[in-house]
Design a protein around this ligand. Structure first.
Ligand SMILES: CN1C(=O)N(C)[C@H]2CS[C@@H](CCCCC(=O)O)[C@H]21
Length: 124
């Protein structure tokens, strides 16, 4: 269905903005992720994202995945996995879970390097 195509501008609870470019025939897409909050408390930055959404032929709401490479300002990366839903009012919601891996200085610190969370995006 035409709904739940990921192209466009989305916002989440942290007021991050995610701009997704055209979704190619094979479901792949690129985009930018603008974060308002960071681990180190630094200023907002736009970082590249790349991902893919399933193109369900049998209908149903597509699942997707994408990763953000927090460019230049941090040696961290986040992987998102989620699904798009349409509520009764026709409003699209992307529900995701994410893994944020930040760089740590040694293997001994590896245990504390990955955070996980849930996150919802709606159209901006
Ligand atoms: C803003 N955020 C956001 O929209 N999230 C869903 C969570 C998971 S990624 C994290 C931002 C990480 C920034 C990278 C860094 O600070 O090194 C936070």
């Amino acid at each position: 269905s035409l709904q739940c195509q990921l192209r466009g501008l989305w916002r989440n609870e942290q007021d991050s903005l995610m701009e997704i470019s055209a979704v190619r025939d094979n479901g792949e897409f690129q985009g930018k992720y603008l974060t308002q909050v960071t681990l180190a408390g630094g200023c907002a930055r736009a970082s590249p994202l790349t991902g893919a959404q399933q193109q369900p032929s049998e209908g149903g709401w597509p699942t997707f995945t994408f990763t953000v490479r927090w460019d230049k300002f941090s040696n961290a990366t986040t992987a998102f996995a989620g699904q798009c839903f349409l509520d009764t009012g026709g409003k699209e919601t992307l529900t995701t879970m994410w893994l944020l891996r930040e760089a740590v200085g040694s293997l001994e610190e590896d245990w504390k390097a990955t955070r996980v969370g849930r996150n919802v995006f709606t159209r901006k």
